[in-house]
Design a protein around this ligand. Structure first.
Ligand SMILES: Nc1ncnc2c1ncn2[C@@H]1O[C@H](COP(=O)(O)OP(=O)(O)O)[C@@H](O)[C@H]1O
Ligand SMILES: [Mg+2]
Length: 276
């Protein structure tokens, strides 16, 4: 049964058979290659517009950076996408059919949107391996499997994730003893265990060493394609290393969009953000 679901998902990813196939309810429809579509979203807090007619679209497999001054609305945008904040107006769709403004936070997470907040939140008293195990998308069975034997395909998935996040030599270490950067990777690994299609990462390299930042860029580049990523970050060397399209937010709207060099040379961007 699980294998059938995986095949369907894979088909969807490769964009095959999507025209001849009826999309089931709750299934991600990527037939137009867009995984996230935000249109004309406005969010007001006591009359102040944190988001002001914000529109953007992310392609399936894309690695997008969002930059902009403090208060531009970057985190609020993620709050809307994950169902934490309801917009006053506008649309937000996951694939062609899932209306995010009508889904609860758990429904959105279950549909395949994973979010990483700034602060790492790992289970400090559990080992790295156990943290990944706990995060696996097998719901309640995970809790049982902690005390029983893990199925071998589950073990393989944990091992693969350990390699991806470069913690394969720390598997039996208690998470509380990891460096700040390693904790961030572990939390990203925990998100990956849930097989998200879209990952939202808010300032993931804040507080990391230069070396950790570089490794994180490599990790994100390696995840793109299979996953779609939206990364909010201030560190320009990191944004450059990611190499994707950059969207500049300002006062709740898109100010500019393009490759990093283009937006860095945009006079309006320099004035409100980079020139400071
Ligand atoms: N829950 C809230 N209540 C009132 N104002 C808020 C709330 N959340 C965010 N804001 C305001 O909305 C604006 C955008 O905030 P935010 O999305 O956190 O910006 P960014 O992440 O780009 O720094 C800021 O002026 C912030 O003070
Ligand atoms: Mg923020």
């Amino acid at each position: 049964m699980n294998a059938a679901v995986t095949d369907t998902e894979r088909e969807n990813w490769e964009g095959e058979a999507t025209t001849s196939r009826v999309v089931q309810p709750g299934e991600l429809d990527l037939s137009h290659k867009v995984i996230l579509y935000v249109d004309d979203i406005t969010v007001s807090f006591d009359g102040f517009k944190a988001l002001n007619a914000l529109s953007l679209a992310i392609d399936a497999g894309e690695l997008r950076c969002i930059i902009g001054p403090n208060g531009a609305g970057k985190t609020t945008m993620m709050d809307v996408i994950t169902g934490k904040t309801r917009p006053d107006a506008g649309k937000a769709f996951f694939g062609q059919t899932m209306d995010l403004t009508r889904m609860s936070e758990p429904e959105i997470a279950h549909a395949g949107i994973g979010r990483k907040f700034q602060k790492p939140t790992v289970f400090e008293n559990h080992t790295v391996f156990e943290n990944l195990e706990l995060a696996m998308k097998t719901d309640k069975r995970v809790w049982r499997s902690l005390f029983a034997q893990l199925a071998s395909d589950e073990r393989d998935r944990v091992a693969e994730t350990l390699r991806q996040i470069r913690l394969e030599h720390e598997a039996d270490r208690v998470a509380g003893l990891l460096s700040h950067g390693q904790k961030q990777w572990l939390e990203i690994g925990m998100l990956l265990m849930q097989n998200p299609r879209l990952l939202l990462l808010d300032e993931p390299v804040a507080g990391m060493t230069d070396d950790e930042t570089e490794r994180t860029a490599e990790l994100f580049v390696s995840l793109a394609g299979k996953h779609s990523l939206v990364v909010v970050e201030h560190d320009m060397a990191f944004v450059e290393a990611l190499g994707g399209l950059v969207t500049v937010l300002h006062e709740g709207s898109v100010l500019a969009e393009g490759d990093l060099a283009t937006v860095q040379n945009d006079p309006r961007v320099i004035e409100v953000y980079l020139g400071r």
